[in-house]
Ligand binder design. Structure first.
Ligand code: NDP
Length: 336
């Protein structure tokens, strides 16, 4: 039976584990909160599961546990952050305040982040912007594991993007958050561990041939979703992140950093738009009309609805943590 713990316990365990590893209070608090939000929404692959990897990155030196991000007010509509090898949630939480201030003042603002250690889910980064009334995008690259459509060599990261839109009537924002690879890397690792096949189109083996053997794909390359269409999105994400921030593209990050099982040195960007300044005060009602139409059609649902249902459930019931992981996390948290 897996352990059942409260969200407060999850947050405290993660915070203590970071603190024990020598991570600053600010980085530890921001990242423990991010991990807890992933667990609350049922995103196990970006919750406590990632904690040992984060700690490994302190031990390997790829993370600077005491660093503070450098936040530059680059122009009236631009924020540029050098994460200085901090855990990303701290840079994002601090930079987002200035981003929102600029978007409120001008109607739109953009923020880039480079030199930032991240392997988290994206929706927690932009949901707060939509809660403040902004339509928001975020893009992030990772180390290169994905070949471009037609190619056989890893060039792109699994490169997710997320989009958030505020909703009327106090409803939580609509947020979608999706990788540009056909299959998440973690899913391939789990399929290989459990002896399952990967879905067709997930990747190529080391011989450059399509395969559904996940172990072969992990040795070879993953593919973007939807052929050249997903490949174009993965390319855009590289340009919006490594390109705009002046940091690493996915292949440069992979070359610069040895794999310690922890987060990659990544780049991220954000765009926040005040929709009412463009569309007028009718924007929220107009959006709801679209959503209503979508929801009225068969089994169609809004992206993020599964997460929000999990959030409501875990607030009452707590979260489950697989036994071996719980033991590991407790150990990391106990060594104070
Ligand atoms: P999924 O394919 O599971 O989901 C993608 C999006 O589609 C979600 O917003 C999801 O909403 C929505 N969705 C799923 N099914 C439906 C449906 N039937 N109808 C409508 N919407 C639906 O996500 P991925 O595997 O692509 O990514 C998983 C996570 O991994 C993301 O959080 C991503 O940010 C993260 N990631 C992080 C990386 C990093 O380096 N930091 C790299 C790659 C991925 P819902 O959640 O409600 O199901």
């Amino acid at each position: 039976m897996p352990a059942v713990i409260s969200l407060d316990e999850c947050r405290a365990l993660a915070f203590d584990a970071f603190s024990n590893a020598g991570v600053s209070r600010a980085q530890a608090e921001a990242t423990a909160d991010h991990i807890t939000r992933a667990e609350a929404d049922g995103c196990k692959s970006h919750g406590l599961f990632r904690l040992p990897g984060f700690i490994a990155s302190v031990q390997s030196g790829s993370l600077d546990p005491q660093a503070e991000p450098e936040i530059v007010d680059a122009a009236p509509g631009l924020v540029a952050i050098d994460g200085r090898r901090c855990l990303a949630p701290l840079s994002v939480a601090r930079g987002r305040v200035l981003l929102a201030e600029k978007a409120r003042a001008q109607g739109v603002a953009c923020m880039t982040l480079r030199n930032s250690l991240n392997f988290s889910a994206l929706w927690p980064d932009i949901e707060p912007l939509a809660e403040e009334g902004f339509v928001a995008f975020t893009f992030i690259n990772s180390q290169s594991f994905v070949a471009p459509a037609g190619g056989t060599r890893a060039l792109f990261g699994t490169n997710p993007m997320a989009f958030a839109c505020p909703r009327a009537g106090g409803r939580p924002p609509m947020v979608f958050d999706q990788a540009s690879s056909a299959t998440a890397r973690g899913e391939l690792q789990i399929a290989a561990r459990d002896g399952h096949e990967a879905p067709p189109g997930a990747g190529l083996g080391p011989d450059g041939q399509p395969t559904t053997d996940p172990a072969e794909i992990l040795k070879g390359v993953q593919l973007p979703f939807g052929g050249y269409k997903g490949s174009a999105i993965a390319l855009m994400v590289e340009l919006m992140t490594g390109g705009l921030s002046g940091g690493f593209f996915g292949y440069e990050s992979r070359a610069a950093y040895s794999t310690d099982g922890g987060p990659a040195n990544t780049c991220q960007s954000f765009i926040a738009i005040d929709p009412v300044r463009l569309a007028g005060p009718g924007f929220p009602a107009h959006v709801e009309a679209l959503f209503e139409r979508l929801l009225a059609d068969g089994d169609a649902r809004l992206p993020g609805d599964r997460r929000l249902a999990n959030r409501a459930r875990t607030a009452e019931e707590g979260i489950t943590v697989e036994d071996a992981l719980y033991a590991t996390v407790q150990d990391l948290a106990r060594k104070a």
